[in-house]
Write a protein that binds this ligand. Sequence first.
Ligand code: SME
Length: 319
Amino acid sequence: MATKEEKYTSLLRAAQSLLSGERDYIAKMANLAALLHHEFGFWWTGFYRVSGNELILGPFQGPLACMHIGYGKGVCGTAWAEQRTVVVPDVEQFPGHIACSSESKSEIVVPVRKNGTIVAVLDIDSRELNTFDDTDRVFLEQLTQLLHPEEAEIWFAAGCFWGAQKFFKMVEGVISTEVGFANGDTQDPSYQEVYTDTTGHAECVHVVYQPDVVSLRELTELYFQIIDPLSLNQQGEDVGTRYRTGVYFNRTEDAEILKEIFEEQQAKFGENLAVELLPLKCFYPAEEYHQDYLDKNPNGYCHLGPAVFELARRWRKLK
Ligand code: SME
């Protein structure tokens, strides 16, 4: 039989893939409660959301529960006020415990944080005494972090942005993508203007991702697999400075990692790379009809081959 650690480890993976890419916080709480409840067979599993000076019942699995809990009240209010996970081996022994059901014997309450502030708590009740320990605490704290994941962004110029957007959209851990024009000299250019190749802009994909699912290194290594890094101002059949390759960043800490990857790639190819590595100077989203172009036009032009998309789809399973 699987140990508790094993169950949590596979549940964490399932939750990561289920919740990544989903931005609706209530939907995520609902499915996380369902996953936990059914995997472990708890008595009650659910969330209370911070609203003013009280907690209000959120998505849950199990029998009816009280709907409002005051700050500092019960186990839930205590976890919120003390800003820590509270493990209760025997609810009878916890002063001020709020008994929504007499069946509940032990309990754990984990704060849910968004940018460091507690916005909800995850409450789990068991019908047995002493159900929860440090293993539950560690895994449940990791699981609740999935509700408000850290986000980071990076800009990849990889030739024609239609195929590049389709590629990055498929990578697990990528939250959203947008195509546009980057690091040129004119303000808010149109596609037609950029097409003249006189604006200095590069066709580019803005990628917003979850660093705890896909790292900047992993994304950039994938990027190098979809470009010809030695080709200057040309990718596939597309020629012009607008089709140049480049990685543009907005955080100084990213510069270090990227520099390291570029050096590795350079050593691998043994020649100077034609790929730019620069801070993002500007990015202007392209017209709506260019966004998700290949979803809207499945037979549209694409300079990338099918194998490349298979790589995006499968990279996490392959690693
Ligand atoms: N026992 C909790 C109240 C919520 S129910 O367990 C669902 C508490 O003391 O805060």
